[in-house]
Design a protein around this ligand. Structure first.
Ligand code: SAH
Ligand code: SF4
Ligand code: F3S
Length: 474
């Protein structure tokens, strides 16, 4: 077995320094025909960073001549692009790769690869290497550009593990991309995260915060637009910090403005962090109609004490203030958030503050999570003393509140006309179309002559908790 491990040292990570290398991707001549007559399948877990990485992998497969298929049963090579953010996410992946064993026994020539954030975790890599012999190839988030070389080794029968901590980090430009939907383009503006929220594994699995050059980002947006994209989503774990590491003083505002000036129909960005939000960014959102009036602004908790122990770097007062200014300046803006319940030692009173926050901000929706200890993070060594039963009750109470306001906000949209970018037929009913409004509301609708990638005017007729129903205007 060829092994090359270099795991991040969790305790030393905060000290990481050094300059970021910008390198160009190249596919060796010898690898171009590797996929001739072969098929591939990719299963993606986790966040948009992984979705975008999978699109890069699909681009590489395409360059090597592989053809996509829709299951590991059909594929010669299957890749599982994993997430480590919570224990449940990891358990789910382990269950799925565990169930590949009979397929591998029946077809030893099939290749199974595991990549993504779990592959940056020492304990996970060791577990998979020792207990999951059906996995032929493991590579980390910093080794994405090495995939063709590593795959060639695996296809030659060599079990391969390559994980790099890449302390200073690098940025690889020029990697191919096969977007899952051409009319919606994800564009990375930065990689990694330096926020080190005490509960979170992402700064370790994704490495140092490093921004792409603005020209590289804008060139990718222009190329996506020329290829038919209607919507671009700028991606980073903390987009408001864009450019700090490359000496830009208000990089995100400038980038957002330049992106808007490409004239693409819709621009979104994900994820924002309350700590780095600038007034000028709000002004650009207001000024350019193609910057969508929807903000995902994770708050995590309504208690200042908990926020402090999470190392979030803002108070609830500051969050409310930002929320108020956004609502005031950008009429009709929708607000969504992320919330964690059951952080170590969270009291009933502290949890009540999260419920109060939900009452005050009336979010359009929220992702709610039970705190999950992550090995090597500072919170993992705080006593996880909130009983499981209490965590469950808190989650249910919070979800009820979030659902209440989500529905109330959706009901207020009944009778209005929203511009919906059509994603195609809905999963549940092929006779119904679905898509997202400018405010990022999910709309299921009927209408003649609308196909995926079209932007349609849809009259809203009915509200559900997390979606709207409507019909196109004739
Ligand atoms: N960079 C983004 C989010 C990345 S992770 C941000 O800062 O907002 C997505 C969400 O997962 C986080 O917002 C948080 O709510 C949740 N999360 C992260 N680590 C977690 C943990 N250990 N337990 C429970 N939820 C967690
Ligand atoms: Fe994790 Fe915090 Fe970074 Fe978001 S900002 S990825 S929650 S460390
Ligand atoms: Fe998961 Fe990694 Fe994203 S841990 S949430 S896939 S950055």
């Amino acid at each position: 077995m060829k092994q090359n491990y270099q795991f991040p040292d969790h305790s030393a990570e905060r000290m990481r320094t050094g300059s970021v290398r910008r390198v160009n991707f190249e596919l060796g001549e010898d690898l171009r025909g590797l996929g001739e007559g072969k098929t591939f399948y990719i299963r993606t877990y986790g966040c948009q960073a992984n979705v975008r990485d999978s699109e890069t992998l699909a681009g590489m497969f395409g360059m090597m001549g592989f053809i996509p298929v829709s299951s590991p049963e059909e594929a010669d090579v299957s890749v599982f692009n994993t997430c480590a953010v919570r224990r449940a996410a990891e358990d789910h992946v382990l269950g799925e790769i565990g169930s590949l064993k009979p397929l591998k026994t029946a077809h030893p020539e099939k290749i199974f690869a595991v990549c993504g954030c779990m592959a940056q975790e020492e304990s996970m890599v060791k577990l998979i290497a020792s207990r999951y012999p059906q996995v032929d190839l493991l590579f980390g988030t910093h080794n994405l550009d090495r995939f063709p070389v590593l795959l060639a080794r695996a296809l030659a029968g060599e079990r391969t593990i390559e994980v790099n901590s890449d302390g200073a980090g690098s940025i690889v430009e020029g990697m191919p991309v096969q977007r899952s939907r051409g009319f919606k383009a994800y564009v990375n503006i930065m990689y990694g995260c330096d926020k080190f929220c005490t509960y979170c594994i992402v700064p370790y699995t994704r490495g140092k915060e490093r921004s792409r050059q603005m020209d590289d980002v804008i060139a990718e947006i222009r190329a996506a637009k020329a290829a038919g994209a209607k919507e671009v989503t700028l991606l980073g774990q903390n987009v408001n910090a864009y450019g700090k590491d490359i000496g830009l003083s208000d990089g995100f505002t400038d980038l957002l403005r330049s992106a808007a000036e490409t004239g693409i129909d819709r621009i979104r960005f994900y994820t924002s962090h309350p700590r780095d939000y600038r007034e000028e960014t709000i002004d650009v959102m207001k000024e350019y109609p193609n910057v969508m009036p929807a903000l995902h602004l994770p708050v995590q908790s309504g208690s200042d004490e908990i926020l402090k122990r999470m190392n979030r770097g803002y108070t609830i007062g500051q969050y409310y203030d930002l929320w108020e200014r956004m609502k005031e300046k950008i009429p009709g803006i929708t607000f969504t958030t992320d919330l964690i319940v059951g952080f170590p030692s969270e009291t009933d009173e502290q949890f009540q503050k999260t419920l109060d926050l939900a009452d005050r901000c009336r979010f359009d929706s929220a992702f709610t999570f039970v705190y999950s200890p992550r090995e090597g993070t500072p919170a993992a060594s705080m006593p996880d003393d909130v009983p499981a039963e209490v965590k469950k009750e808190r989650l249910a109470a919070l979800n009820e509140k979030i659902g209440f306001y989500a529905r109330q906000n959706n009901e207020a949209a009944v009778g209005t006309v929203l511009k919906v970018l059509c994603d195609g037929p809905s999963k549940k009913d092929p006779a119904v179309l679905c898509g997202y409004s400018e405010e990022n509301r999910l709309v299921n609708f009927t209408g003649e002559g609308v196909t995926e990638g079209d932007i349609a005017d849809v009259k809203i007729t009915q509200a559900r908790s997390f979606s709207l129903l409507g019909e196109t205007l004739r």
